[in-house]
Design a protein. Structure first.
Length: 255
């Protein structure tokens, strides 16, 4: 997709590196880039004014790897309030199914399916209203999803079955959910504040040889450089580049 970073990584035997110059899992203000320890520059309060509460966040950018992020990083309570507000969520992540999204999901899943003979087990993280799950189920996948917005969860459950969609985050998955052939994060990774924990959990959920598929806005894509990024400091605390994301995947033992 134009303007996004796509990454597909497989599980290896390595562990997630705990090296972090600013202990990024402790939310707050960073003095250097949390990914590469590079110098950062202040871009200012550049989020659109119509996004309630976003005008109190600065955006900073790493001079080395290009990672952009909210300063300070929003707290878990602030993020939870956003996802509990059905109106705000629906405005940004509406329940309308677009033909291009359905087509993209079909193409990606068919490509993954062609490499394996048995039905694949897939987990869609941040499954929203369940479009990818519906497409995967129709194609014969054993599909599951997790989503923090309660309204979206009920819509997704109606599409694929109540027992296949969990309400919450990766930390809230049922214990019997594991050994997935694919863990999908389609425009979800930019929502994580503790992205290293998300990668660590995803790696643990993968079967040997499984694939973590990430698609996220690309801070240095042609589209973003020409038109500017759509900063959303609360729900999108981090804007990734290929260099920054590749480094984090390698540190997580994903290749």
């Amino acid at each position: 997709m134009c303007g996004s970073v796509s990454a597909a990584s497989t599980r290896s035997a390595c562990c997630l590196s705990t090296r972090c110059p600013q202990m990024c899992c402790n939310l707050g203000v960073h003095q250097v880039c949390p990914v590469c320890a590079g110098d950062i520059k202040r871009l200012g309060r550049v989020a659109p004014s119509y996004r309630a509460g976003h005008d109190r966040f600065d955006i900073v950018e790493c001079r080395a790897c290009g990672l952009s992020f909210s300063q300070p990083v929003p707290s878990p309570a602030e993020i939870a309030r956003f996802y509990r507000a059905p109106t705000a969520y629906a405005e940004d992540y509406g329940s309308t199914d677009f033909a291009w999204q359905r087509r993209q999901h079909e193409e990606d899943l068919v490509r993954a399916q062609a490499k394996r003979s048995a039905p694949l087990r897939v987990l869609d993280v941040g499954c929203s209203y369940g479009l990818l799950l519906e497409v995967a189920d129709r194609l014969g996948f054993d599909a599951y999803g997790v989503e923090p917005n309660p309204v979206a969860v009920e819509v997704a459950r109606a599409r694929i079955g109540r027992g296949r969609v969990a309400h919450g985050t990766l930390a809230d998955l049922p214990s019997e959910w594991h050994s997935f052939d694919i863990v999908s994060m389609s425009h979800v990774f930019e929502h994580f504040t503790d992205y290293r924990a998300a990668l660590r959990t995803s790696a643990q959920l993968l079967a040997t040889g499984g694939v973590l598929a990430i698609q996220t806005p690309n801070r240095r894509s042609w589209h973003t450089l020409r038109h500017g990024p759509d900063y959303r400091p609360i729900e999108h605390p981090f804007y990734w580049t290929f260099r920054a994301l590749s480094r984090e995947l390698q540190n997580a033992g994903l290749q």
